[in-house]
Design a protein around this ligand. Structure first.
Ligand code: TXA
Ligand code: MG
Length: 330
């Protein structure tokens, strides 16, 4: 049985108690729901991989209540401090060198000598993290390779019975995962575009290397969550749709194309923030509706590749990527 906990003092206290005891608790953040475990407890971390069906070489993000707590575990240089001041709490994950003596279980970072750290901008999540008073490892709270959850209902659909509880929270306002930035070398590397735009990051620390979105080999090692097929609905996804047919479900951006079998509009006005916050909901809705109506696939209209559009396009490309059985997923 998975407990549904409310955003009350009692609900948050129960969630913290479960986490401290080594149980898995999903909780809302401003990006997506995370599947949390005490990051210092290797067995609890292991249970995350188990519940998600996630490959063990794909490292997890550790969540902290504030910058001081985060930088006690990861070595922050001037760039990290600058970015943390500008964007934390918020949808930015920094990959830093692990400090000696850092108590985070090695499994959480898949054995790497680096650590991915983030302070979420979500009141309930922060209250929970303060109570737990330990880093909380949390990937998105979905079965590996499938669409990320932005409501408690999405989490239930994938993980009910496999986790101890869900702390139901205010809606995931950003709706797309955090930006992952590698600061372990002299030049910052964007490992995953996300809720903080690369333009905003560059305004703080200068040029950032952008990795090709589907780079497989080296990238696969640096950030295995960047593997091709991911965020995959059951129906296949066709990108860059400029026309649509009656046997397709349309993911629209701007005024929708006419003639689709079903339509979900990310943003009628072409607002990238609104589109990001509705992306996973849209993919899920079209998938369900498309299967009900017997549609052949999902067709996604083009989205400009700047600002949050970069993160949206990254997720769309991966939802459309080939799904061969041996492609590792997160
Ligand atoms: O918004 C988010 O980031 C959400 C919420 C719950 O915080 N979490 C999330 O976690 O998206 P997950 O596990 O789905 O994605 C974590 C990403 C993966 O691409 C992983 O490979 C990368 O971060 N990552 C984690 N630790 C890393 C490390 N030490 N070095 C490089 N990449 C790392
Ligand atoms: Mg994920």
């Amino acid at each position: 049985m998975t407990e549904l906990l409310e955003e009350t003092e009692a609900g948050i206290a129960r969630a913290a108690e479960l986490l401290r005891a080594g149980a898995l608790v999903a909780f809302a953040t401003e990006t997506v729901y995370g599947l949390g475990a005490d990051a210092t407890n290797a067995q609890a971390v292991s249970a995350i991989f188990e519940a998600k069906g996630r490959p063990r070489f794909n490292p997890l993000i550790c969540h902290y209540a504030d910058m001081e707590a985060a930088f006690a575990h990861g070595e922050a240089d001037d760039r990290a401090i600058r970015l943390a001041r500008a964007f934390w709490p918020g949808p930015l994950t920094l990959v830093l060198k692990r400090r000696p003596g850092c108590p985070v279980a090695l499994l959480a970072s898949a054995g790497l000598d680096t650590l991915a750290l983030r302070v979420p901008a979500h009141e309930t999540a922060l209250a929970l993290l303060r109570l737990v008073a330990r880093p909380v490892a949390a990937p998105s709270a979905n079965r590996s390779g499938l669409v990320s959850p932005t409501t408690a209902g999405h989490v239930m659909a994938g993980l009910a019975g496999r986790i101890a509880a869900i702390l139901v929270g205010a809606p995931c306002a950003v709706g797309i995962e955090s930006t992952v930035l590698d600061l372990t070398g002299p030049t910052a590397i964007l490992l995953r575009p996300g809720g903080v735009t690369v333009e905003a990051i560059e305004a703080e620390i200068g040029p950032v290397i952008r990795k090709p979105p589907l780079a497989e080999t080296l990238e696969g090692f640096r950030s295995p969550g960047m593997m091709a097929s991911h965020y995959a609905p059951s129906l296949t996804v066709r990108l860059d749709a400029r026309t649509v047919s009656t046997d397709e479900g349309l993911l629209a951006f701007g005024p929708p194309l006419m003639g689709a079998g079903a339509t979900f509009t990310l943003s009628e006005t072409g607002d990238l923030g609104q589109a990001a916050s509705r992306l996973f909901e849209g993919l899920r809705w079209l998938d369900t509706e498309g299967q009900r109506l017997g549609l052949a696939r999902i067709a996604a209209m083009p989205i400009p590749d700047h600002g949050l559009g970069m993160a949206i396009n990254d997720r769309l490309r991966r939802s459309a990527a080939p799904r061969d059985g041996d492609t590792p997923k997160s």
